[in-house]
Design a protein around this ligand. Structure first.
Ligand SMILES: [Zn+2]
Length: 412
């Protein structure tokens, strides 16, 4: 890890995970605990990250579970934020957060109905087979970032107002990729959709021969973002709030990319009004189609997602589940007071059993993007509804189209 040239790193993690990991590897230094004692701050060798990821995967059957921090101070700030978030829900801490409504059937249906399973499958296949190890410190991890940058840049070629950037980080060589479509009316208000581009396989992180295809975790999320970008840019959709799509660096080693970005937004006073995370959308492991994560997320934003599902995909079923501390990139936003949500492929324990292995391939998904398409339609509807403010602002030509059956795509 670039942040720790001395071979050490600060981590926050929950007490249960630490107890399990300590059976296998020693710590460098005793720990500090937050007020509740549930989340702990430790200094550990970088190799401990490997142990943690393996234990989370093998014993807890999930991803994430810990956050890497550049310094002791940053780790202490994280503990303080955890206490603040527990003490006061977002609704009590933040003024002016957008009250989203489901009243843009024109654009939401147009974008959601345009979702192509073949486009999704193509992106998942390319990312997982052309870049078989996207570990954040591996050269092909940065090559994957370049591929996403090039792909999104091509999609934005006809939209001069759209900006695609490679964002360098302090604590990983892997850049994040960000697409921005500026808002026409409230450009300072940001609607952000994210997923992580890196991959990992337990036990062989630093081995150049390591195969970590990560087709589901999380090439599926990158495919969802790419398809939403394609639809929004090609359709002439003009958001009234600013829209940003982010392919995060270095999620698997402690949410490094999303933590640095969320911190930078907070430092800049950015007004992020809604964050949707897509991390693993490909494997239909549960009876329900979509699982909304209810811990470390915003309840009002989750209600909004339910409204989107009931309106635009009424045939789907959904439920809720918890994923624990820092299970994906929504958490850094949530802990900084930004409303965040996370839609997941299955109940925990019923999700793709092949993640973090060489068998996380599109073959494990039966070479199908049918499940991922449900999440992509949700993400497309989220983008349209969250980024448009005025009810009835429908199409780029300014005309409303009445009812759904009469809508057709804009021609220009
Ligand atoms: Zn993941």
């Amino acid at each position: 890890m670039a942040a720790a040239p001395a071979g050490e790193v600060w981590l926050t993690l929950d007490a249960d995970l630490l107890a399990r990991a300590l059976r296998e590897a020693p710590l460098l230094q005793p720990l500090e605990a937050g007020e509740t004692g549930e989340i702990l701050l430790v200094r550990a060798p970088v190799s401990f990250v490997d142990t943690l990821a393996a234990v989370v995967h093998r014993e807890l059957g999930r991803c994430g579970g810990f956050v890497a921090h550049a310094s002791l101070e940053a780790g202490r700030v994280q503990l303080e934020r955890l206490e603040q978030t527990r003490a006061a829900p977002r609704e009590e801490r933040s003024e002016g957060v957008a009250a989203f409504t489901v009243d843009q059937p024109g654009w939401a249906a147009l974008l959601a109905d345009g979702v192509s399973e073949s486009e999704l499958l193509a992106t998942m296949t390319t990312v997982s087979t052309s870049f078989v190890n996207r570990y954040h410190a591996h050269p092909s991890g940065s090559a994957a970032a370049t591929w996403i940058f090039d792909r999104w840049s091509a999609l934005a070629a006809g939209r001069p107002e759209a900006v695609v950037e490679l964002l360098e980080h302090a604590d990983t060589p892997q850049p994040s990729v960000r697409l921005t479509i500026p808002g026409t009316r409230f450009p300072e208000q940001i609607v952000l959709l994210g997923g992580h581009q890196d991959s990992t396989v337990s036990g062989c992180f630093f081995d150049p021969g390591c195969v970590a295809p990560g087709a589901d975790d999380d090439a599926s999320g990158i495919a969802t973002l790419t398809e939403v970008a394609r639809l929004a840019l090609a359709s002439g959709f003009q958001p009234q709030r600013t829209v940003q799509l982010v392919a995060y660096a270095a999620e698997e080693v402690g949410l490094i990319g999303s933590s640095e970005l969320a911190e930078a937004y907070l430092d800049a006073g950015a007004e992020v009004v809604g964050v949707l995370q897509v991390d693993m959308t490909g494997y239909p492991g549960s009876a329900e189609d979509i699982v909304l994560i209810s811990d470390y997320t915003d309840s009002a934003l989750n209600d909004f997602l339910v409204g989107l599902l009931e309106t635009y995909q009424p045939g789907l079923t959904w439920t809720t589940d918890e994923c624990g501390y820092a299970c994906s990139d929504h958490a850094p936003w949530h802990l900084r007071g930004y409303p965040a949500a996370f839609a997941f492929e299955a109940r925990f324990g019923q999700h793709n059993p092949e993640i973090h292995s060489a068998d996380d391939t599109v073959a494990t998904l039966d070479d199908s993007a049918a499940h991922a398409a449900k999440f992509t339609r949700l993400a497309a509807a989220f983008l349209a509804e969250a980024a448009l403010v005025d009810p009835g602002v429908l199409f780029a030509d300014g005309f409303e189209r009445g009812t759904a059956s009469a809508w057709s795509p804009p021609t220009d």
